[in-house]
Design a binder for this molecule. Structure first.
Ligand SMILES: C[S@@+](CC[C@H](N)C(=O)[O-])C[C@H]1O[C@@H](n2cnc3c(N)ncnc32)[C@H](O)[C@@H]1O
Length: 275
C-alpha cells in the first residue's frame, strides 16, 4: 500500500522550506510564467468573476488572473510560498490551507486554476473532488503538468540521467505518478469520475532559462521537492555524473539565449468544466 502519509509529509516539509520556495520561483520562473498566461486565458474569467488559484506557489497564475480583472483567492499550504505570492500578486486574497480539505463553502468560485500543483496531491482524486465541490456548475478548471519520463526536455533528461548514474537504492515515499495527468487516457476518466466534463489537453512548449548549463541540475536540486530528495540522497560522485549529463544536454540541445540557455521543458494544460 502506498505510504501516503510519508509522501504528504515530504511534500509539505519540502515546500515549506524558504530555500526550496525561492529556488523554485527562480529556477522554473520562465516556464511557470508561460504556463500561467495560458492557464489564466483558459479559465478566462470575465472581469469581476471569482477565481481560485490553488497551489498558488509564488503567485504567477494569481497575477495573470488579476490582470484579467478576476477577483482572486489564492491558496497554498506553504507560508514561504505565500510570502513570495503576496509580492507577485498583491491584489489577491491569500489563504494558508490544504487543497485536500478546503474550508470554502460548496460552489464558491466561477473558475479554478492549479499551476503545477496536482502532482503534489497525495490523493489526486480526493483533491479534484474538493475542486469540483468548490466550483460552481459550469465553472472551468485548468491545471498544468510537466511532461515527464520519455519527454524531450528537462524532466525527461533528469529521469534518463538518474536512471544511468543514480543509485537505485535511493527511493522516495510512494506517491502518485507526478506526470500521469499529462496523458489524456489517464486524465479523462479520473476527471470524469470527479465530476468534470468537456476535458481538453493543450501541449505547451514551455522553457526554462538557465544562466549556465550546470544550473539545470541546481533547479531540480534546490527548487523542487521530489527531485531534490532523489538527488540529495545520491553520493557525491553520482551527483556529479548526473550534473555533467544534464549540463551536456543543455549545451547540445538547449538554445543559446541572452548569455544563457533556454531548455525545453514541455508541459500540458488540462482543462475541464464542472458538470
Ligand atoms: C510546483 S509549485 C507551483 C507554483 C505555481 N502555482 C506555479 O504555477 O508554478 C507547487 C505548489 O503547490 C503547493 N502545494 C502542494 N500540495 C499542496 C496542497 N495539498 N495544498 C496546498 N498547497 C499545496 C506547494 O506549497 C507549492 O507552492
Amino acid at each position: 500500500m502506498a505510504n501516503t502519509d510519508a509522501f504528504e509529509r515530504m511534500e509539505r516539509d519540502g515546500w515549506q522550506d524558504p530555500g526550496i520556495a525561492q529556488g523554485y520561483a527562480e529556477g522554473f520562473d520562465l516556464a511557470t510564467r508561460q504556463a500561467a498566461d495560458v492557464l489564466a486565458e483558459t479559465v478566462a474569467p470575465d472581469p469581476g468573476y471569482s477565481a481560485l488559484d490553488l497551489c498558488t506557489g509564488h503567485g504567477v497564475v494569481a497575477a495573470e488572473l488579476l490582470k484579467r480583472g478576476a477577483v482572486v483567492t489564492a491558496l497554498d499550504f506553504s507560508p514561504a510560498m505565500l510570502d513570495l505570492a503576496q509580492r507577485m500578486a498583491p491584489g489577491a486574497t491569500f489563504v494558508e490551507g490544504d487543497v485536500m480539505a478546503m474550508t470554502f463553502p460548496d460552489q464558491s468560485f466561477d473558475a479554478v486554476s492549479i499551476g503545477f500543483g496536482v502532482p503534489h496531491f497525495p490523493d489526486p482524486q480526493k483533491g479534484l473532488r474538493e475542486v469540483a465541490r468548490v466550483l460552481k456548475p459550469g465553472g472551468r478548471l485548468a491545471f498544468s503538468i510537466w511532461r515527464g519520463k520519455g519527454s524531450n526536455g528537462a524532466f525527461g533528461w533528469l529521469f534518463e540521467a538518474v536512471g544511468r548514474h543514480g543509485d537505485p537504492a535511493v527511493t522516495l515515499p510512494d506517491g502518485p505518478d507526478a506526470h500521469m495527468f499529462a496523458d489524456k487516457e489517464v486524465a479523462e476518466p479520473l476527471l470524469t469520475a470527479c465530476g468534470f466534463t468537456d476535458i481538453t489537453m493543450l501541449e505547451l512548449q514551455s522553457r526554462v532559462f538557465v544562466s549556465s548549463p550546470e544550473k539545470l541540475f541546481d533547479a531540480f536540486d534546490k527548487g523542487a521537492v521530489r527531485a531534490a530528495s532523489l538527488l540529495g540522497g545520491q553520493a557525491e560522485d553520482r551527483r556529479s555524473a548526473i550534473r555533467a549529463e544534464l549540463s551536456r544536454r543543455v549545451q547540445d540541445e538547449g538554445t543559446a539565449d541572452n548569455g544563457g540557455h533556454l531548455v525545453p521543458t514541455p508541459s500540458v494544460i488540462v482543462s475541464a468544466v464542472r458538470a
